[in-house]
Design a protein. Sequence first.
Length: 302
Amino acid sequence: MSATTFKMDEGWLEFHPNPSIPEFNVPVGAVDAHCHVFGPGDKFPYAPTRKYTPCDASKDQLWALRDHLGVERNVIVQATCHGTDNRALIDAVNHSAGKARGVASVSRDVSDAELQSLYDNGVRGVRFSFVKRLVDVLPHDTLLEVGERIQAYGMHLVIYVESQDLPELYEFFSLLRGTIVFDHMGRPNVSKGANGAEFDRFVNMLRENENMWAKVSCPDRLTVSGPPAYDDVVPFAKRLVETFPDRVLWGTDWPHPNMTSHMPDDGKLVDYIPKIAVTAESQQKLLVDNPMRLYWPEELKQ
């Protein structure tokens, strides 16, 4: 592959160069269930259709963060800047010594052989974005078709959507089969309150559909009050952890693409966990039991 030079977007915020050591000690076996790798662009080019060009963020830098934070495993999620070219993701998973799984992006015409290859290379989910600023066309038909086909491989759907768009998508999502994981709590508007009508809609959807999970991640994206405490986001995540203790996941979202207000300290994101999962039992489920059941079920059977 010929080398290609990519220049990150002007004003792009690079990930924290020296995150703090967390005060909270995560339980043994903890999983960062939402993070990314970007490039390096000269080896794994960014998609021509991308909406942004990030800084490179390599697998080795991700492993260094993993060890620094005290977590043991990663779930690497394909970012939209790589489109449906999952090579950077697969490369990272294959160099993780079994400590990483992947969530890929695929097109509607993905072949059965390609789906099998993704599974064989550690991919356990397929992601679709319904965030209008990140995609040209909302992938309703593609999601329906691919969502059915991945059931045979034991893979699940991951959906990125924003709260203001949920009313028009509520019934559509409720028709989907298999496990469905929603990124970042469905991107609620935290100024509307954790018990307001908007977030109630998301909670009710999960209550009515026991196949739906949520990631209680990205307080840095949702906050109005700001870092490092992200106190205005706590009630939202805490409500989900307490209402659906067996269907929640946590992740750093490293290297935090498209942040504009600030770049979070990943150590402080770990210290946020005991605010939303206040008991040892809920922390164990959030960080270990739930992600292991979804991404490493074969190890639970041993």
